[in-house]
Design a protein around this ligand. Structure first.
Ligand code: SF4
Length: 363
């Protein structure tokens, strides 16, 4: 048995399912727990974990996929940038397929734009060093997990004296939207399975205000089926005991204080800003923009570009899916007009998207 098998053990998973059922046996009111991490969403679909839970316990997927929550106007800006002569747009793979208002980076590349897929922001810095005659724009999309690496790339570019490396930042931070969604009476969120990778950076402390001021149980949970089921059991226990608190199920990776070094990079290179979330709208202080001392690396400041009027995708329910209000199976386009090969919305594009997970693994 290897390390991973331990966290996929069927009997352990079923043991947690039985304990959860026991804890809610007398309960009439259903409980809704939201996961705000695309990797949790994938795991829940992949292992069919919903089917193991009693009818009183519902798991809903929230805005945990960074590519999915990035709105069309950001994609439109990236498209406008890659159309400029002398500009290379460098990005992680998923972003190239996300449809903007009228085009995508993939379509632009087919028409001749220089769009490159990189595996790390430092690859984009190296590209800038190799091509001093070009402006290299890296698409800074992602939560607190990705943002430190992007911040690190800006610091590296400055150290190397590069003047042709830029970041188009659309980084988002997770705890504030969680507070916003927990106050939505339509959703009635009874607890959060808090994200694992994000929490490794920001630390479990970051959710204390949710539990202590808003009364929302929080459990920082790992990705394997045993992790998720144990996380749900811990949430159910908190509800049954009437004692909301923050707990760490994923203690093999996440600490209360998080990763101080990564937090320092975030603080140095970025500054909090109001950020638009697909489907949710602008959430105050929920984003990170490039801080003033690093303005020379900020694509938005340094390479102004005219952006087309934003249009939403007809019939796509991504916005409602990201708020946890509907499931992919409620979308009339799901698996008909919208598939991973021909995605209509971002939730079908990203490997962490709820629609992509539902398409790949079914109910
Ligand atoms: Fe949008 Fe496609 Fe998901 Fe429907 S199935 S919500 S069209 S991404």
């Amino acid at each position: 048995m290897n390390y991973q098998d331990e966290f996929r053990d069927r009997n352990v998973v079923l043991g947690y399912a039985a304990r959860i059922a026991e804890l809610v046996a007398d309960r009439r009111e259903p409980l809704s727990f939201m996961e705000v991490c695309g990797t949790h969403t994938m795991s829940i679909y992949q292992y069919g974990l919903r089917s193991l839970l009693p009818p009183q316990v519902r798991l809903i997927s929230g805005p945990g996929c960074p590519v999915c929550v990035t709105p069309n106007d950001y994609v439109d800006r990236a498209v406008a940038l890659c159309r400029l002569p002398g500009v290379i747009v460098a990005t992680f793979g998923d972003m190239v397929r996300v449809p903007g208002s009228s085009s995508s980076l993939l379509e632009e590349r087919a028409k001749g734009a220089d769009v490159r897929i990189v595996y790390s922001p430092l690859d984009a810095v190296a590209l800038a060093a190799r091509t001093p005659e070009k402006k290299v724009v890296f698409l800074g999309v992602g939560f607190e997990t990705t943002a430190p690496a992007v911040g690190g790339s800006i610091i590296a570019a400055r150290r190397q004296g590069l003047t042709n490396y830029f970041v188009l930042a659309s980084h988002k931070t997770i705890p504030i939207p969680m507070a916003l969604l927990s106050a939505d009476p339509e959703l009635q969120i009874d607890g959060y399975l808090c994200p694992a990778h994000v929490s490794a950076v920001i630390g479990a402390e970051a959710y204390r205000f949710l539990a202590e001021e808003r009364g929302v149980p929080c459990v920082v949970t790992g990705f394997e089926p045993v992790d998720v089921m144990q996380g749900v059991e811990m949430l159910v226990r908190q509800v049954v005991e009437g004692a909301p608190r923050v707990e760490i199920q994923y203690s093999r990776v996440v600490k209360w204080e998080g990763n101080r070094k990564a937090q320092e990079v975030l603080k140095e290179v970025f500054t909090p800003c109001d950020a638009p979330w697909r489907g949710i709208g602008v959430i105050p202080d929920s984003g990170l923009r490039v801080a003033e001392p690093y303005a020379a690396f900020d694509a938005e400041r340094m390479i102004p570009v005219a952006v087309e009027e934003t249009k939403e995708h007809q019939g796509c329910l991504c916005g409602e899916i990201l708020k946890g209000k509907v499931s992919p199976f409620d979308c009339p386009l799901f698996a008909t007009a919208c598939t991973p090969e021909a995605p209509v919305g971002a939730c079908m594009v990203s490997s962490e998207g709820t629609c992509a997970a539902a398409y790949k693994y079914g109910q």
